[in-house]
Design a protein around this ligand. Sequence first.
Ligand SMILES: *Cc1c(COP(=O)(O)O)cnc(C)c1O
Length: 394
Amino acid sequence: MNTPSSENRPPFLPFALPEIGEEEIAEVVDALRSGWVTTGPKTRRFEQDFSAFLGDPGLHAIAVNSATAGLHLALEAVGVGPGDEVITTTHTFTASAEVARYLGADVKLVDIDPATLCIDPAAIEAAITPRTKCIVPVHFGGLAADMTAILAIAQKHGLKVVEDAAHALPSTHAGRLIGTLDSDATVFSFYANKTITTGEGGMLVTRDAALAQRAKVMRLHGINRDAFDRFTAKVPSWYYEIVAPGFKYNLTDIASALGIHQLQRAHAFQRQRAALAAHYNELLADLPLILPPQPAPGELHSWHLYVVRLADGACLHRDAFIEALFEAGIGCSVHYIPLHQQPYWRERYQLQAEDFPHSQRAFERTATLPLYTRMTLEDVERVALAVRRALCVG
Ligand SMILES: *Cc1c(COP(=O)(O)O)cnc(C)c1O
């Protein structure tokens, strides 16, 4: 039984929601009826469409069942192993770092640039040792990290670069889409709350043919299908060779069916997200908040996340701010509880908050407001009003 007050209350506005259309649904049904439910023609098409989307015919796109899987494959393929060190940001999801541990390598977490919330290139350079093998930058919230500086550092020290682009479809750096820069590999995520989704899924892209070949073999149990195709076309189709102890990271055609149509909408989704973010920017401009870092003129920001930080003059703390928004029927999140605060990483590497002052300060003041394509401008206004009230303004 609804009480009158709960009847009048607007419905809960969640922090994130996917947008799945009739075309996605029809393509999934087509996959189900076709008899091909695992990796097959729709996955092949999704990979081809993905390279075409990035606009670079030299790119190999390899569909995987998560970005975590793609990051693992990329680090394995660039040769990360026991005794190596991988540098990444503390201000990220654990997947950016855990994949190095899968391979027996050590992780060097470094601080962010508070102006961008992305990994600080100077902190990368300071963390390099003779054991450093690879840098894993994260394009936080969809704003590209300073890839010009990061690629220059990598070149100077002979390091590999694998971009964690889970937030960055589509985003640009120096006018080039993330995925087409000069790093060794770039990995996108199609998790449920990302800018496009396949439920679970990811894409590894690289220009390096040998890296692509290794990732393809390791994606499916270490089965060397290409050698099979090239050299043994005359042997029966049941014959295959295992050339490495690979993983089970292939993407199903059911998931790729979603991805094909989500990808076609990626630029439209980005424009909608940018318009919603611009509306937030206007409505929140006079409040004691640090608004999200903005892209340089002409650059594309995917606007995966709309992250605010409470300024010094705010009348309450972050936890109470999120609680107040929840009371107003609005879901928020925190990106991120930094890895140096997580028990595993803190204890494994004896980490202290003082070593990551910018990430720590951002974490203590940060909240992520709802931002997704199914929101309307009115939803943004509703959130902005609740934010004003929570901050004791108006
Ligand atoms: C979502 C996310 C991942 C992992 O993506 P999955 O597809 O869920 O494996 C990795 N890194 C970052 C920064 C993410 O936000």
